[in-house]
Design a protein around this ligand. Structure first.
Ligand code: SF4
Ligand code: SF4
Length: 177
């Protein structure tokens, strides 16, 4: 029987004397970092565009990738109620356990009697994985490409509630009756 050969997923360390001396590679790394730093500083001083840094909070980025997973929204029905049926699937699948939902019952709405009386996300621990969006059977929670304005000195302000999630640029295009 042929002996098992474990597959190798890394490059063999075939360093020449140049790399093994380290000092030249360190100098090369410093040269790359220093030249990019100097170029960015020059672009910033001369007011040119193209510097790789953003001067937050004075500047904010506007060019997020179309599929960037940013801030969550809760989708509204046409009557303004959340499309969410408080099934708790998103909270169950969330790996960071940052979604808290309190279900309530509305006897005056026979089509959608169950709704979230409280729906909160703790942004201090959310890892923006998007699993909550994937798990939702009602397409009731989505993530916009824009990121939320997160920096704060108070972690308690990072709990976003139902009202904010419903009204922060709500998307009614996919609203169900
Ligand atoms: S994006 Fe991920 S971590 Fe954040 S609330 Fe959704 S499932 Fe949880
Ligand atoms: S957002 Fe979707 S998955 Fe989460 S409780 Fe509401 S309906 Fe269920």
């Amino acid at each position: 029987m042929k002996p098992y050969k474990r597959p190798q997923y890394w490059n063999s360390p075939t360093m020449g004397w140049w790399e093994r001396a380290y000092v030249f590679e360190i100098a090369r790394g410093l040269w790359v970092t220093g030249s990019i730093f100097t170029r960015n500083m020059w672009r910033w001083i001369t007011g040119r565009k193209g510097a790789l840094t953003t001067y937050y909070p004075e500047e904010t980025r506007a060019d997020y990738a179309p599929l960037n997973r940013g801030k969550h929204i809760l989708v509204q029905r046409e009557n303004g109620k959340p499309q969410c049926i408080a099934c708790n699937l998103c909270a169950t699948v969330c790996p960071a356990k940052v979604i808290e939902i309190e279900a309530a019952f509305d006897p005056t709405d026979p089509l959608h009697p169950k709704y979230p009386a409280r729906f909160e996300i703790d942004y201090s621990r959310c890892v923006f994985c998007g699993l909550c969006v994937e798990a939702c059977p009602e397409d009731a929670i989505r993530m916009l490409k824009e990121v939320p304005d997160l920096p704060t000195f108070d972690r308690d302000t990072l709990w976003l509630g139902k009202e904010e999630l419903l009204t922060w640029n709500p998307r009614k295009d996919g609203a169900k009756r």
